[in-house]
Design a protein around this ligand. Sequence first.
Ligand SMILES: Cc1cc2nc3c(=O)[nH]c(=O)nc-3n(C[C@H](O)[C@H](O)[C@H](O)COP(=O)(O)OP(=O)(O)OC[C@H]3O[C@@H](n4cnc5c(N)ncnc54)[C@H](O)[C@@H]3O)c2cc1C
Length: 614
Amino acid sequence: MKSDYLLSVTGILARLVAGRPVTQDELSESYDYVVVGGGTGGMALGNRLSEDSSKTVLVIEAGSVDAGEKEIMIPRHYVAAHGPYTAKKMNWNVSTIPQEGLGGRKVIFTQGKTIGGGSALNAMVYDRGRASNYDSWSALDNPGWDFNSLLPYFKKAETFTPPPKDQVAKFGVTWDPECHGTDGPVQSSYCRYVYPQHNNFMDAMKSLGVPQPADQSCGDTLGAYLTTHSIHPTNQSRSFGRTAWYDPSIERQNLHVLLETQVTKLVMSQHGDNVTISGVEFASSADTKKRTVKIGKEAILSAGSFRSPHLLMLSGIGEKTELEGHGIKNVVNLPGVGQNLQDHAVGAFIVDQSLEKVSDLEDPQFDALQGDEYYKNRTGRWTDGLPASLAFIPYLNFTSDPNTVLDAMNATFAIGYLPNGTHHTVIAGYEAQVNHIIEMHRARSTAGQELMYLNGGQLFATILMHPLSRGTVKLASAEPFDYPLVDPRYISHPSDTRLFADAFKYDRKIIATDAMKKMNAKELAPGANVTDDTALGAVAAGGLSTVWHPAGTCAMMPRELGGVVDSQLKVYGVKNLRVVDASVIPLIQAAHMQATVYAIAEKVSSSHYGLLKL
Ligand SMILES: Cc1cc2nc3c(=O)[nH]c(=O)nc-3n(C[C@H](O)[C@H](O)[C@H](O)COP(=O)(O)OP(=O)(O)OC[C@H]3O[C@@H](n4cnc5c(N)ncnc54)[C@H](O)[C@@H]3O)c2cc1C
């Protein structure tokens, strides 16, 4: 075990242990940067910030580090990545509060609690939103966050590998190398196994006028295609926060990672209106003694869309009345904290089709053979298990009634569906967002739904890309080990239900295409007898779930629009505190999350925003 002594910038002689996580007793008294949460954004930051060997960096992660278990690493076991195995130690195991729109049902909300956070448990889809999505961030008064400005950071995080020749020949995959990175830490490649039914899907989509984009990473995501995943192309295993960012940096002597420790509060000093973070408080459990570590330069919250706002509130940053209601002194009155929660809800259309039996991994003998093939050649069904055939479809392309749906989204009416008592600045921010959503739908410059064609076409999953419903994250109590109350308020805006009804009707058009008829595709659910919008909406509500994409709860927007961080991701009213995770996304993009979170971390840790130079 190597050890060393370094002089930190604050002049404190610090004992730094390299090559492994540190224990609480091995911590230095002070670090230049303390990153709270070693998840998707946090571990990327920990890595990038510690590239400068003159800076000391501490990452504090509530979970532990995986040991390369098959449940984490192998695509075939993806479902296990948010199943019982990981539930024991890598998942926060939380649910939403009862959802009014879902008849009081709670939704289980998997959240990673390990190095890599969500990137360790997710379905590995590695994609980007449409250019207009990021351009709308910029238009919400965040200069520098349009697609073209973000593209270099998407590329910086990525090493892209094109599909093998046989896959190109069989499935017509296209790509544009100009839009990809070649030496970033995160691997992006195509799943080695592709269902033969992918071609039926592509043909069906084509016959309905849905094109295949040359490469979705270039800003034009609309259309149907085979997506890339964060998978290592050689060994067909997960590329994520641990493999991409933690493993390559843990040997650095200026980086400390403290595991199984929860940050409980930010320690502040206040002189008049000047608020500075002087340290962070942490503990390994509710029963153990709390300790603190000092901060030389900045604290960075990367605890995810539920826990970053939670920590702000526990520390006195948030809506005054809510905090005081829990006996917490309000240091900065920031009503946007924990508001503006957006998530991608999903509804299912179930299909019976007989082209090929696709669930044969349930046959233990077949599964074992496929396992052997995986370990020997890294091919076969074990390299699948993930969503791969996707279509991003503009709303006006699948609704039968374009004018009515857009009129019903009207921002002036939409604010009536926000939670009672929403602060006027948050309302103003929401109105601005809704206007952007309507504009993107009208111009067909974004997707209304992502259609996932799963298990070779046995399940069509509709994911609502731009929800108008907004939820909240609130304190359950002032006790830091009590998980906050998560209320996504699914389908609280009626337009969201309407989109699911429109999508189900469109699914019926898909299975009526010649390409699907060849597979004898037949609707199993909702069922042909369910036809009117109200009944289809009720079916959607009955089965509605999440694809675990919470965002927006520490939104990057002006303060007068309910924003929590400015366009440098600095928390308003505090001198040296940033948030770098999915919570800063002001308006959720029509895409999955991880590539965007990495791009955010890459951008903020580049010299552009001066984080490294402060
Ligand atoms: C099951 C599942 C499937 C998904 N599928 C996909 C997909 O296919 N593609 C995609 O792009 N996205 C997917 N996502 C979403 C994506 O993974 C997340 O949006 C992304 O990982 C969020 O990154 P983050 O940095 O905001 O938070 P996280 O990665 O969740 O990181 C937060 C970290 O902070 C830690 N933490 C929290 N509180 C504290 C505290 N008080 N003290 C110390 N540490 C703390 C947590 O343990 C966690 O490690 C999926 C997510 C899930 C859960």
